[in-house]
Ligand binder design. Structure first.
Ligand SMILES: [Zn+2]
Ligand SMILES: [Zn+2]
Length: 253
């Protein structure tokens, strides 16, 4: 057999193997028994967030508090949104899943994330589905060109399909590319994103009286979500409920 043919056959065999690849853990990539199932180690590392929590920002409470109780942070300075929730605490596995969606274009992960996020959608939104609108935190168009898609919009789309809510990924625009917020302090972050968002003038009227489910992958300082919320409220939204895949819990939370 010539080297050429051997090489060709090897390629065909590899192709067949690719087809029959066993399912892998979305967190670490080891082989697991079912599609989109986390392995035991990753499962153990993930902290799913739930009640009881601050009614406004979703910060988990260690003990059951009075209904609609707020955390100290929200009491001191009320965030602009009606509520903020996340499926998971930010950690090695939850951040890795978000990174794989962002840079690996693994759309199947968005469906997985949406399934874990859906139970945390504010009841007020599901009670009046016709008044609810799913809106992703937008990326600047330069970033979309370089990356090919907006990960928040892909999650928003998956959530909308899962819940029957309407998804509008075009109404909120990022008008200015912002520097990465990672290395900035709180005040600098707020300054950086203050005028970075605007509404599509042609779609403005759509927001009036709507309850928005604002979608992002990772909630860190909340500077971006605050700026988006203010823009949506100024545009006539009745309420904004933020929903993220994972949120950073400060030390001591
Ligand atoms: Zn794993
Ligand atoms: Zn709070």
């Amino acid at each position: 057999m010539s080297g050429h043919i051997r090489e060709g056959l090897a390629k065909v065999a590899r192709g067949a193997l690719d087809y029959a690849l066993p399912p892998r853990c979305p967190g670490c990539g080891i082989v697991v028994t079912a599609d989109h199932a986390f392995c035991h180690a990753c499962w153990a590392d993930m902290r799913f967030l739930s009640e009881p929590c601050c009614v406004t920002c979703g910060l988990p409470f260690e003990f059951e508090e009075a209904e609609n109780a707020q955390c100290g942070g929200c009491l001191a300075e009320a965030p602009p949104w009606t509520s903020a929730r996340a499926a998971l605490a930010y950690g090695p596995v939850s951040s890795h899943v978000a990174m794989r969606l962002k840079y690996g274009r693994r759309i199947g992960l968005a469906r997985l994330m949406a399934r874990h996020m859906a139970p945390r959608i504010a009841a007020a939104l599901l009670a009046e589905k016709e008044k609810a609108l799913v809106i992703p935190v937008p990326l600047h168009r330069w970033r979309i060109w370089s990356r090919g898609f907006n990960q928040a919009a892909v999650i928003g789309d998956a959530l909308a399909r899962l819940t029957g809510l309407t998804h509008d990924p075009l109404i909120l625009k990022r008008t200015r590319a912002t520097r990465p917020l990672r290395d900035l302090g709180t005040a600098e972050r707020a300054r950086e994103v203050r005028r970075a968002f605007a509404l599509d003038p042609a779609r403005r009227g759509i927001l009036k009286g709507k309850k928005v489910l604002l979608i992002d992958d990772i909630h860190t300082s909340g500077a971006t979500a605050r700026a988006c919320t203010r823009t949506l409220m100024e545009g006539g939204a009745e309420a904004v409920h933020l929903l993220c895949w994972a949120r950073v819990l400060q030390a001591g939370d």
